[in-house]
Design a protein around this ligand. Structure first.
Ligand code: PRP
Length: 208
């Protein structure tokens, strides 16, 4: 089990504006999309390639293409949706699943309200998307669900991760690689990531 922090300068730069409370809803959305694309670029580094041949206007070229492995992006609603939008620009053929979870503000427990997954999710490389890994309850619930549907190749992409959430996912799903843009310091007593960026769903959708 591994945790990868994609600390590329472009991501760090964009993250500085994402964290800033003065960033507008429009800016926040654009930054989430861009950071997700950059994270996916790194997260997909290990995808298998296969040999192929094409005719260029000059000669025959030996080329490499993604092997027939099929991808699925699974967005944890709501905030994961924007990550899926960004990553789909890189892998437009990926199938997209949705898992609706919200975190009860009192208990911090995830409450599931919607599930729609690709029928062949068990055969796909699955990237689970949620900007925030706080207590880890939502991520663990989504990963549990995906495994119940037979998914075997799972990676978790979160923009920010708190140590508590990382440890919880590591404990429950040691086979799942976690890819983050930043590992933050801690959770506060409301379960918010510190220093964090606030409530990602509210900042994306302009609610609250
Ligand atoms: C937030 C966030 C994660 C979850 C993280 O969602 O987007 O899904 O909380 O917390 P956890 O790691 O402690 O489970 P929220 O419940 O606010 O729902 P929303 O995306 O619909 O706003």
């Amino acid at each position: 089990m591994s945790v990868t922090v994609v600390d590329h300068p472009l991501i760090q730069h964009k993250l500085s504006f994402l964290r800033d409370e003065a960033t507008s809803v429009t800016g926040f959305r654009a930054l989430c999309t861009e950071i997700s694309m950059l994270m996916a670029f790194e997260a997909m580094r290990g995808l298998p390639l296969e040999d192929a041949e094409v005719r260029t206007p000059v000669a025959t070229a030996r080329v490499r293409r993604l092997a027939g492995k099929k991808l699925a992006l699974v967005a944890i609603l709501r905030a994961g949706l924007i990550m899926a939008d960004g990553i789909l620009t890189l892998v437009p053929n990926a199938r997209v699943g949705h898992v609706g979870l919200y975190r009860d503000e009192q208990t911090l427990q995830p409450v599931q309200y919607f599930v729609k997954l690709p029928g062949d999710v068990a055969d796909r490389d699955v990237f689970v998307l949620d900007p925030m890994l706080a207590t880890g309850g939502s991520a663990v619930a989504a990963l549990d669900l995906l495994k119940q549907h037979g998914a075997k190749s799972l990676r978790l992409l979160c923009i920010l991760g708190a140590p508590e959430g990382i440890a919880r996912v590591e404990g429950a799903h040691p086979d799942v690689e976690i890819i983050l843009a930043a590992r933050d310091d801690r959770l506060d007593d409301r379960g918010f990531i510190v220093p964090g960026l606030g409530d990602a769903g509210d900042r994306i959708y302009g609610t609250r």
